[in-house]
Write a protein that binds this ligand. Structure first.
Ligand code: G3P
Ligand code: CA
Length: 343
């Protein structure tokens, strides 16, 4: 317990290795997760997408390489675009209202994905020292890593999976990503509610997990409603469960609604800290609704810091902790663990 910090239950804030230690290794690789765990992360975060044969793998988005109109790689998390045997797999699909051309996880079998290698998504910022060295891991392999650490060290690191674009996945691949997640967690015997948070931006997805999918499977894991930028259009929380995402959230009533199906909110950090570096009332209002607040994304690079913290990532983290957040998603879990360790 850290009585100096106003967390919901007086517990120490969690350090969540965002996509692993993605500031120092290519995101969503076993190596990135291993480094995050060694750095002191309490949880590691796999974003989940689905393969053609219905296996959950860790990637930030279903699109694993985005191409520009002239066919050049714009952004990629794998080397798929450099592989001649996959040249005919380029597709244009609409994701979040945006037409994107590239290669998509759901168009490849797991065996095909396993022949690819991870590449750094932000090479201009983080370099390419580790490109080509690591595979795309399955969720089962991420769980095996956590188990191996537990067997070796006794440390019980948790998993913080995000179901990516459930409605899109259902439409383009005919798969229920949340059902696959619960099936995999059950199969791998990883259903301890103290060691799993399931997060999603999509409201209907979380409601389905809470009311249908988890009860049918006999598991009850805490859910976290992701809440994006305060600048986005507000979600109509009075609507029935659907594929929409929580955008701007300003009312206590909306927070109370989230509390009917979720244990916490995963809030973009501008909800917590304003442009002047002052804390807002968001955390205390969420806590009043009984919700944990886990905030994202804390990074060391100046380009990602809020304006008031242009050169001081640790000060930005400390300000969020002073506001009472119950956890920090960070690409640099070593920094996060050091900051939390100061309290
Ligand atoms: O899950 C918290 C945060 O990771 C949400 O954004 O795009 O990094 O998955 P994203
Ligand atoms: Ca995520």
């Amino acid at each position: 317990n850290l009585p100096g910090l106003p967390t919901l239950r007086g517990q120490a804030p969690l350090i969540i290795g965002h996509r692993g230690s993605s500031g120092t290794r290519p995101e969503h690789t076993l190596e990135a997760y291993r480094v995050a765990i060694e750095a002191g992360a309490d949880f590691i975060e796999p974003d989940l997408v689905v393969t053609k044969d219905g296996v959950l793998v860790a990637r930030h988005e279903p699109v694993i390489a985005v191409l520009s109109p002239d066919g050049k790689v714009q952004e990629a998390t794998t080397d798929v675009a450099a592989r001649p045997e996959f040249k005919d797999r380029v597709r244009t699909k609409t994701l979040d209202g945006q037409a994107i051309t590239g290669y998509w996880a759901e168009d490849f079998t797991l065996a095909e994905l396993k022949t690819m290698r991870a590449v750094e998504r932000l090479p201009q910022l983080r370099g390419r020292a580790y490109d080509g060295r690591f595979e795309v891991p399955t969720l089962a392999e991420v769980i095996a890593l956590v188990r191996e650490v537990e067997a070796r060290t006794g440390r019980k690191v948790g998993l913080y999976p995000e179901t990516k674009h459930p409605t899109f996945v259902a439409q383009v691949a005919g798969r229920d990503i949340s059902q696959l997640l619960i099936d995999t967690l059950k199969k791998e015997h990883f259903t301890d509610p103290a060691r799993v948070f399931i997060q999603s931006f999509e409201v209907g997805n979380l409601r389905a997990l809470k009311t249908r999918i988890m009860p049918a499977a006999g598991v009850n894991l805490p859910l976290v409603q992701l809440v994006s930028s305060p600048d986005e259009a507000p979600y109509d929380w009075t609507a029935a469960g659907d594929g929409r995402k929580y955008g701007a959230l300003t009312t206590d009533a909306a927070l109370r609604d989230i509390a009917t199906y979720a244990s916490g909110v995963g809030a973009y950090k501008r909800w917590i800290i304003d442009d002047q570096g002052r804390t807002t009332d968001f955390v205390s209002r969420a806590h009043r609704a009984g919700l944990l607040v886990h905030s994202w994304t804390f990074r060391n690079e100046p380009t990602y810091l809020l304006p008031a913290y242009a050169n001081d990532p640790e000060a930005e983290m400390r300000q969020a902790l002073r506001a009472g957040v119950d956890g920090l998603f960070t690409d640099f879990p070593a920094t996060g663990a050091r900051v939390v360790g100061q309290y």
